[in-house]
Design a protein around this ligand. Structure first.
Ligand code: SF4
Length: 78
């Protein structure tokens, strides 16, 4: 689990190990919150609060694999 001040991004354990998904997420996110490193999904902590709530990461991944939580809104899920 990775937390910025305003946004948290959670990636399920299965999805985290998915090298192909890691590349898709890296390409999808306009503010570089995801990084494909060592065949795994990595979260770039310092970019978390740049999230523009565009949902592209959700569209690029299987249901439930990625969750974007709005911490400023009581942790509501995007
Ligand atoms: S909602 Fe958009 S900006 Fe936020 S993490 Fe997903 S792809 Fe990146």
């Amino acid at each position: 689990m990775s937390h910025g001040t305003f946004i948290a991004v959670e990636v399920s354990d299965d999805a985290r190990q998915d090298a192909e998904l890691a590349k898709k997420l890296e390409e999808a996110c306009p503010v570089d919150i995801f990084k494909a490193g060592n065949g795994q999904v990595e979260i770039v902590e310092e970019n978390l609060d740049e999230c523009v709530l565009c949902r592209l990461c959700l569209d690029a991944s299987p249901p439930g694999a990625v969750r974007v939580l709005k911490l400023y809104d009581g942790g509501a899920e995007l």
